[in-house]
Write a protein that binds this ligand. Structure first.
Ligand code: AMP
Length: 939
């Protein structure tokens, strides 16, 4: 007689022996493998407290030095079993909406338990539950959906152990990840292996088109996934190639054939150059052909084979055909003079010995009259019948000869290539198109094409003429260049200027070809780089040609004082009055004060001071902020009023922003401002950032703490400076790549390799949007910088703040795209926010909000992991201590009472602000949820 333990042990030794039979399939991407996890399974069992009952438990045995861990349960004698085993959070791959769950398990035959078989079961249930985040040890049965009841094909009797393998599909997955759970309802069984995987169609090349590895099957409930491919190198297709990936990971129905370009042939999924001596003239899947007779053998990759020397193709001959030589002379010319007295004779001849391989032979007869040594054409005076040229027959009748004259007849054989061959020097080719390859401020690179001709002529020379377009025509200066190839780079041009170009081909002797081509091209304008040439330029296409002012780095001035002089106006210290300290900057106090300078309206200003004892370098760093700020002039950028540099105490005077820094401003108004107003603030910040990016200025430290707010709730970007990144920012953290970086605001590429661009500013702008919608909440709460970087790396993003319009959250997510080229640009952001503000309806749809991830609620536990000991401790943890009195006065003094409260109760005790009401209500919800630890992200 064995107890349940004994039975289990027996089962598992069997497993160990059989456990080595694991098949690995290549087209499966494994998301979870119980066996691979070894002892680190960490699956959740429920109920937490087993009492006398035994739920699922890990049983381990070793064999040949290796360990096998299994989950087993065997409560066959007990009534009403409901034992749950939940996996760890299984992250889904973005397009894998369908996963396979492969189980190996053993179920013990109920009949083998004497007496207890009445309650014994031989099945168990598989469940799944989707989630956007790892919810840790929080577990609720209600969140799970049943996938299947699983019954063994073979049950294990006392002597014979049998492993069952079953595979089930979990479909329509759409969230970031999911859990599986196994519900035991009273069986004696063991789970030996759980493998979760999805299938992929492997990367492949079909019909010369390459298709990437693709998750099998379409999106939710679709059997096929359409995949776009790209022709392999040197292949093209009319229709873009497509194929379908089935649910079983098989490619089917390729559409849109790719074919090798001229000069290439298909060999094993690639297009290979035609071998020397072969050619291919057209796009096709044919093999390269052997060069025809009388042609030159080119090296590899020939589109056609040009004629060998002294061989030609007639204008109508195909370029793919052979070349022919000129026919040799007609033979055996005979004059028959039977009617000579009547002025007539008959000429006949035999065809040439060598026709040059052609059948289009014709003849011409030339007649000349000679007196002494002087000869001249017979002209009209002598008749040749049927004609004097184009004769197909080898004879001609001559009449109207005059007596006593010497006539000389010449007969020539012609063929289709004669005309061409006798032409002497060929006509220069015609230039058909000119194009701009590259340009800079002072140079243009052009190239042009000539009409194809047969045979292709030897290299020609070209004459290029150009002049400024807008030159007064009377005094126009032309520049003429004779070039040996069909491209040129012209330097020393004026920036932002249009030039007219004309190009004409020349014959070998230098005479111009009949026609020429003219075109106009413009050099770049100062301050602009060509978007498609420089990788980093950051302009939207509509603005690409608009000339713009560009920010000048004060470091480019040898003497930084010159930069100050150029960009900032000097103020006399007697015109500035300091009133009150309002903040502390890196270099010294910041004051509110009054500027009262002659010719200026008196007004409030902020005065940044440089504390005594500074070095010259510090002074320059301090003033560099003014050199930068002074270059900007925009409603949403802090305005520089001027600087004091000529006196001992240097100062920077800017416009005064009554409401101070944005982060603090919002924290003080948590939940009190409508979305519309918040979006209005973001719009202002975006407009300022668009202006900066237009000027090619990269801020690098965009954050709510660096935005200032004035009395009209206008937001302005501030905090410029060179050393500032980020010496004076408390968020600045030294990174491995050197330099200080405010990790939670900074794009991954800027953290990783200091790639600061307007696109990384866009990332930071997304974080600012989040700060604004979350009323100054700290991004990523109390996660450490390392945890933040890890989470971002694993594609997690901040969740939507409470009450955040869906459109706004979508924009944030766009700003946080890993691929910086896919992020929106500031002009796009401004116009989108503008659109949202114009139709307030668009802000009505609220993004999904998960209270457990959006507010870092400590829920059931206080800081030491125990439940809150008091109401005030709980209120403090959610930063709502100001309501302590309200709770006490209403008689709510224990956490049990708190848990009973409904929303209306919270209102009734005096919590009126909607933001606070929500925060408290959500916290209670979280407490009831028994969420013991909360991880916002799966870090
Ligand atoms: P900063 O060194 O620029 O970060 O300034 C330090 C603090 O001074 C800021 O956080 C603000 O609270 C305050 N401050 C700076 N400039 C102004 C301004 N123009 N108007 C009002 N307060 C300012």
């Amino acid at each position: 007689q064995m107890d349940s333990r004994g039975i289990k042990r027996l089962l598992f030794s069997y497993v160990l022996i059989n456990g080595i039979f694991i098949t690995l399939q290549t087209k499966e991407e494994v998301l979870l493998d119980m066996r691979a996890s070894g002892s680190e399974l960490g699956w959740l069992t429920w109920p937490y407290e087993q009492g006398s009952k035994q739920g699922w438990e890990v049983v381990q045995r070793s064999l040949n030095g290796s360990q096998l861990y299994t989950y087993s349960v065997c409560n066959v004698g007990e009534h009403e079993q409901d034992n749950w085993l939940r996996t760890t959070f299984i992250q889904r791959r973005p397009s894998a909406s369908r996963v396979f769950v492969e189980l190996q398990f053993i179920v013990r035959d109920c009949n083998s338990f004497d007496g207890s078989s009445l309650t014994c079961k031989e099945t168990f249930n598989l469940f799944s539950s989707e989630s956007d985040a790892d919810i840790g040890t929080s577990f609720r049965k209600g969140q799970f959906k049943k996938v299947a009841t699983i019954a063994p094909d073979e049950i294990t009797s006392r002597n014979e152990l049998r492993i069952n393998r079953e595979t089930r599909v979990v479909e329509s997955l759409s969230r970031k990840g999911f859990y599986l759970a196994f519900q035991d309802i009273g069986a004696c069984m063991a789970l030996l292996s759980v493998r979760v995987y999805y299938k992929t169609c492997p990367a492949t090349i079909k019909s010369l088109a390459a298709f990437p590895e693709t998750v099998a099957g379409g999106g939710v409930n679709q059997a096929l996934r359409e995949v776009a491919g790209a022709c392999v190198e040197n292949a093209v297709s009319e229709e873009s190639p497509r194929i379908y990936c089935t649910m079983d990971g098989e490619w089917v129905v390729p559409v849109g054939q790719c074919q090798c370009k001229p000069g290439y042939e298909a060999v094993n999924d690639t297009c290979r150059d035609c071998q020397p001596g072969f050619f291919k003239a057209f796009v096709s899947n044919d093999a390269c052909e052997l060069c025809p007779v009388n042609t030159k053998l080119l090296s590899s990759g020939a589109l056609f084979c040009p004629c060998a020397e002294d061989f030609y193709r007639a204008p109508d001959d195909p370029t793919t055909g052979p070349c022919s030589g000129l026919p040799s002379a007609p033979r055996e010319l005979v004059a028959t003079t039977t009617q000579l007295a009547a002025g007539k004779l008959q000429l006949s001849w035999s065809p040439p010995e060598d026709t040059g391989g052609r059948s289009d032979i014709s003849y011409s007869v030339e007649c000349r009259r000679c007196e002494g040594t002087a000869c001249q054409p017979c002209g009209e005076k002598v008749r040749l019948e049927p004609a004097s040229s184009g004769l197909v027959d080898t004879r001609v009748a001559v009449s109207e000869l005059e007596p006593h004259l010497n006539y000389t007849f010449t007969v020539e054989a012609h063929s289709g290539v004669s005309l061409f061959a006798s032409q002497g020097t060929p006509h220069p080719p015609k230039v058909t198109s000119m194009r701009l390859d590259e340009r800079s401020l002072t140079s243009l690179s052009l190239s042009w094409a000539v009409a194809p001709r047969r045979p292709v002529p030897q290299p020609t020379r070209y004459k290029l003429t150009y002049r400024k377009k807008d030159d007064n025509l009377d005094v126009t200066t032309y520049t003429v260049l004779i070039l040996e190839k069909s491209s040129v780079q012209i330097s020393d041009l004026s920036p932002g200027t249009a030039y007219l170009f004309r190009v004409q081909a020349l014959s070998p002797e230098g005479s111009p070809g009949g026609s020429s081509i003219e075109d106009e091209f413009e050099t770049l304008t100062e301050g602009k780089e060509d978007g498609h040439i420089s990788e980093d330029t950051y302009f939207s296409s509509s603005e690409q040609l608009k000339p713009l002012k560009t920010y000048v780095d004060p470091h480019t001035y040898e003497d930084p004082n010159m930069a100050i002089l150029k960009f900032a106006s000097e103020i006399h210290p007697s015109h500035v009055t300091k009133q009150k300290v309002i903040g502390a900057g890196e270099f010294g106090e910041v004051y509110r004060g009054i500027l009262k300078a002659p010719g200026r309206k008196e007004g409030a200003v902020a005065i940044k001071t440089l504390k005594p004892g500074y070095s010259e370098k510090q002074r320059q760093d301090f003033l560099s902020e003014a050199s930068i700020m002074g270059q900007f002039s925009h409603q949403n950028i802090i305005r520089l009023e001027g600087v004091v540099t000529k006196f001992k105490h240097a100062m920077i005077v800017t416009e005064y922003m009554e409401n101070g820094a944005l982060d603090k401003y919002l924290k003080d108004r948590d939940g009190e401002m409508p979305s519309f107003q918040l979006v209005g603030m973001m719009h202002g910040i975006a407009a300022g950032m668009k202006y900066l990016s237009d000027m090619s200025y990269v801020h690098r430290d965009l954050a709510a703490r660096n935005i200032l707010v004035n009395n009209n709730l206008e937001c302005k970007v501030s905090d410029f400076g060179l050393s500032r990144v980020l010496e004076d920012d408390p968020e600045g953290t030294y990174t491995t790549s050197g330099g200080k970086i405010p990790i939670r605001w900074t794009a991954p590429e800027a953290i990783a390799y200091r790639k600061f661009t307007s696109a990384s500013d866009v990332w930071s702008f997304g974080i600012v949007m989040w700060e604004v919608m979350a009323f100054g909440e700290r991004p990523y709460w109390d996660m450490s910088n390392c945890e933040v970087m890890k989470a971002i790396n694993e594609a997690f993003r901040l969740p939507a703040p409470m009450d955040c319009p869906s459109a706004v959250y979508q924009l944030m997510l766009q700003c946080w795209l890993q691929d910086r080229s896919k992020r929106p640009r500031f002009p796009d952001i401004v116009s989108l926010l503008d659109k949202l503000l114009r139709s307030p309806e668009s802000l009505k749809a609220i993004a999904d909000f998960d209270p457990r991830v959006s507010i870092r609620l400590p829920s059931t536990s206080g800081s030491d992991g125990l439940p809150f000991r008091s109401v005030s401790e709980w209120l403090e943890s959610i930063k709502m201590s100001q309501y302590s009195e309200n709770f006490t006065c209403a008689g709510v003094v224990t956490m049990d009472q708190v848990l009973q409260m409904k929303n209306v109760d919270i209102k009734n005790i005096g919590v009126r602000l909607p933001g606070h009401l929500k925060r408290i209500a959500y916290s209670i919800l979280g407490l009831k949820d028994q969420t013991s630890t909360l991880s916002v992200f799966a870090v």
